[in-house]
Structure formats: structure tokens, C-alpha cells
Design a protein around this ligand. Sequence first.
Ligand code: ATP
Ligand code: MG
Ligand code: MG
Length: 348
Amino acid sequence: GSTIGILGGGQLGRMLSVAASRLGFRTHIFEPSANPPAAHVADRVTTAPYDDLAALAAFAASVDVVTYEFENIPTAALDVLEKTHPIRPNRRALAVSQDRIAEKDFLTSLGLTTAPYAGVTTLDDLHHAITKIGTPAILKTTRLGYDGKGQARLKSPADAEAALAQMNGAPAVLEGFIDFSHEVSVIAARGTDGSVACYDPGENVHKDGILSTTTIPARLSPSQRTDAILLAARILNALDYVGVMGVELFVTRAGLIVNEIAPRVHNSGHWTQNGCAVDQFEQHIRAVAGWPLGDGARHSDVVMENLIGDDILRVPQIAREKNAALHLYGKAEARPGRKMGHVNRIVG
Ligand code: ATP
Ligand code: MG
Ligand code: MG
């Protein structure tokens, strides 16, 4: 059988491994930290940092295709892997999603709407950006941000200096604050044959910058739902994408605004595990393995709740609930803000 190489051994890598194993593949995880969530389910794990190019080359030699669970893979590592293997999704998808400015440049080049934005390194830049964009606004590091980390909100121009200090000297982007009614995401997949399949959009609620719940179906008019799916397909086609992508959207009276894209399986797609015949993890494995995409039609309405930090203490009660599917990541220590698991409640 063939082996799927997965960069990253967190919960996404773990759930990808389970899906791959169900389809008869072996998995080999590459992960710098010891004893990650995926280690318990993968066939093989290499524990090494991304600058250990010899370890990466040996990893590549043992697998048939390389995919990943996170988008911040260093360029030098990708160079080594790409010498011998297809990286799916491809490097352009990674380059675009690693950098918030490249991402917004790409999205606007497709005719899609993003928040107004301007690159910022110095306080001078920031004052110029505020003149152009106004306040309220959000300053974000262009790279490496997740779960709302590396972000500072500006209520007025007076907040400029404090916001910039929070970037710790890293390049940043100022975004106009979007007055959205709610947030939705499209989990979309594209196969090696160019076919595209989108899951029904979910509605996302964040708490303290971290995804808290995803509810399916989302509150969207039929035309908004069509718009959401068509714009996701446009993004995947433009990137010649292979795999699953998460596309985060703001719903406004003026239409849909693209917040960001993630070139991987996405937390807001976890509901598919209990709402669809083929979930996002199997869909991703099918795509990167060159299989036909599976049936992602929604057979149930689902509310996905993330179990973050001490939420894990509620597992004994949740385990008694009807129509509640628990997915736990096997993490030993429950730190605040740490994603420990999720529960999919079938509600219709
Ligand atoms: P993720 O964990 O999804 O990768 P992230 O750290 O990349 O998160 P964003 O998705 O950019 O962060 O922002 C986190 C949340 O902050 C958004 O889901 C949204 O609720 C809010 N937010 C971000 N940008 C804006 C904006 N321009 N206007 C209004 N709200 C915003
Ligand atoms: Mg993000
Ligand atoms: Mg986000």
C-alpha cells in the first residue's frame, strides 16, 4: 500500500491519519515536538525540527505524497521535499496563505472582496495606513498568526503606538474593521482531475479569538450560499489546488468578504465527521492520493463545539448525551486556550 506523509502531528494530523488508515493507507508524520496527538494513530513518526534537512529527505524517501496540517512550513524544508515529491496542496497555495498581504493581494486579483488593508512596519507606516483605512481597525502580523494571536485592535488613531508595540517588530497589516452580521466558512475540496466539491457552509462563533462553535446550516440566503460556494471554487481553481481548503467569510449587507484562507483541513469543518458520508479528512486524503472526491452532501444538521482548556472537564457529562459524538485529541495537559477535543451534536 502507499504511504501518505503528513507534516505536523497535531489534532488535524491525527484525524488525517485516522482517515488515511480507514482507506488502507499508511501514514508517516513529521513533527518537531515529542509525543504529539497524531503519534498514537500514525504508522510512523519522525521527530525532528524543520531545519533538519537530512531527516526531511529521509521522511520524503519513505512516503508517496506529502501533505500537511499547518501552513507555516519553512521554505527550505519545502525545497527539500519538492525535489522528490508532489506537495499537495501546492507551494503557491502555501505562499499565498502564509502571508496575509500576499493572501489579500491574491484574493483581490480574483475580483473578491477583502477588508481594506495596508502593510505596516513602522509607526509612520501605521499613521499612513490609518489615514487611508480609518478606525476601528485591526493590526495583524502578516505571518504566523492563529487563534487571534498577533493581533491588536485600534479603536482610534490614539491606539497606534500600543498596537504596533504588540507586533514585536514583525511586519504587519492594518485591516479595516468589518461590521459583519456573522461569520461563515466554506470547506472546499479539489481533486487532481480538477473537480471541486464544497461542503455546506457553516456559521462560526469565536470566543477570545478562538473558534468556539460551528453551526450547520449557516444563516445564508440561497444567493449568499451560492456566492460562497462559487467564490471558494474560484480560489481553488486559480491555485490549481489539490486537497481541502477552509475559506473564512464575513457576511455583510454589502455581500461576502473573504477574511482568510487555510490550505488544509479546518476546525470549522469538523462537523463533517458526523454530518456527511465523507468527512473533510477523508476528502483531503482522497484528493492528495489522486482518488475521486467523495460525497460530501450533508445528511444531518450539526452543531460542533470545541472543547478548549478546562472544557475537557465536561467530557463525563457530554459522554452521556444522546446524538453527541465526541472527538478527543489525547492531549495530556489542558492549558487555557488549548484545543483538547470537540463534540458534534446532531440536531436535525
Ligand atoms: P485562525 O485561528 O482562524 O487562523 P487568525 O489568528 O488567523 O485565526 P483571523 O481569522 O484573521 O485570525 O481573525 C480572528 C477573528 O477576529 C475573526 O474570525 C473575526 O472574528 C475577527 N476579525 C479578524 N479580522 C477582522 C476584521 N478585519 N474585521 C472584523 N473582525 C475581524
Ligand atoms: Mg488564520
Ligand atoms: Mg481565522
